[in-house]
Write a protein that binds this ligand. Structure first.
Ligand code: PMP
Ligand code: GLN
Length: 381
């Protein structure tokens, strides 16, 4: 068949999860917690499934959830958002990304993105006829080079996609970095698609600053969040988009022809989840931080180079100090089959010329699972 998708590999997350299942390996590949999110929220969703409503909700999302999203902006980022005209509920951040890119990117438009990048950005931009302009940040510091970033912008730049906190790098952007990006977006009259799905998974010494709050960016930013990450319910696929009315409008038009809407019971339950006490959110990140440290310490003891992770639930390992045979794809496969532990090869997050010695491990797992994974890798090495 003649499609831009022909020949594209199946996403690495599906690929590695399938391999993990096939070999009964501990799956530290695809990013999902092994403990489900709050029981009261799951119970509420189940009750609404019985009581209803079970028919099409409003196209933009149920009013209760849009109001809760707007309240969360006020509570966590100190900005006012109009739930009626500035919030859209989608079937996961994945749909939100697709809607935003479909709405904003046209044939020949250039879209700047920071590499390593989440795997759907490039295919979606290219499907829309856009051209990806990649800017690379490199481990262990994952610093953004201002000159390289500027060089990626041109008169044809339509948008920049940023992922903050960043998967797989675990980078949390500083206000200086955000202002640098914002300055270029304003100078080149570009939009920012801000994928902020890990907004609440940020560790001590770092703070998530939304691009929507950066001066001058309110009218240019499409901010994307995900209840899957914030409430450990990744299978629910509830995403939210926040943008100024004129910018949200075309994104909502893309949404109405993609999914039109999203299950009402899940939306209503997430409205309550977003209103949870601050302690829910601080406990979530503190708990994850302890898991990060547990896995990082163990990996360091095994001889891996361990990159800093300031946010998300991912740790990037450098395999070079161990002198293992084979590239990251080979090692991820071998570790699944021979050690019984699955990782994701970081080369999957590059458009081309990828480094081939880094593995990504997901640490949102029970402590005993992390310990067993470390023991298995230790025996294998
Ligand atoms: N963006 C990034 C950076 C992600 O890691 C993920 C992970 N799932 C998504 C978007 C998609 O989120 P969702 O599951 O809500 O579609
Ligand atoms: N975002 C998840 C990850 O990076 C995967 C989501 C998916 O499987 N599409 O692991």
């Amino acid at each position: 068949t003649n499609s831009v998708y022909t020949g594209l590999p199946t996403t690495i997350f599906e690929e590695m999860s399938r391999l993990a299942a096939q070999y009964g390996a501990i799956n530290l590949g695809q990013g999902f917690p092994d403990v489900d999110g709050p029981e009261d929220i799951r119970r509420e969703a189940a009750e609404i499934l019985i009581s209803g409503p079970n028919q099409y909700p409003r196209m933009l999302g149920v009013p209760e959830l849009r109001a809760a999203v707007a309240e969360a902006w006020d509570r966590f980022q100190g900005i006012r958002v109009d739930p009626e005209t500035e919030v859209l509920i989608t079937s996961g951040a994945t749909e939100a990304l697709s809607d935003a890119i479909n709405a904003l990117v046209e044939e020949g438009d250039e879209v700047v993105m920071i590499e390593p990048l989440y795997d759907c950005y490039m295919p979606l931009v290219e499907r829309a006829g856009g051209i990806a302009r990649r800017v690379r940040i490199t481990p262990p510091q994952w610093k953004l080079d201002p000159d390289a970033l500027r060089a990626a912008f041109s008169a044809r730049t339509k948008a920049i996609i940023i992922n903050n906190p960043m998967n797989p790098a675990g980078k949390v952007f500083t206000s200086e970095e955000l202002e640098l990006i914002a300055g270029l977006a304003q100078e080149f009259d570009a939009y920012v698609i801000a994928d902020e799905v890990y907004e609440h998974l940020v560790f001590a010494g770092h703070r998530h600053i939304s691009m929507l709050t950066v001066p001058g960016m309110r009218e240019r930013t499409v901010a994307i969040g995900s209840a899957g990450k914030s409430f450990s319910l990744t299978g629910w696929k509830i995403g939210y988009v926040t943008a100024a009315p004129a910018l949200l409008d075309p994104v909502a038009k893309a949404h109405q022809f993609a999914t039109f809407t999203t299950p009402p019971n899940l939306q209503l339950a997430i409205a309550h989840a977003l209103r949870k006490d601050l302690s829910y959110f601080t406990d979530l990140s503190a708990d994850l931080q302890a898991k990060r440290d547990r896995l990082a310490d163990g990996c360091r003891k095994l001889g891996f180079g361990v990159m800093e992770s300031a946010g998300t639930y991912f740790l990037t390992l450098d395999t070079a100090p161990l002198g293992l045979e084979g590239d990251d794809v080979t090692l991820a496969r071998r570790m699944t089959i021979e050690a019984g532990v699955t990782a994701v090869p970081v080369s999957a997050f590059y458009g081309s010329d990828a480094p081939d010695r880094f593995l990504r491990l997901c640490f949102c797992k029970k402590n005993e699972v992390l310990d067993e994974a470390l023991a298995r890798i230790g025996r294998w090495l």
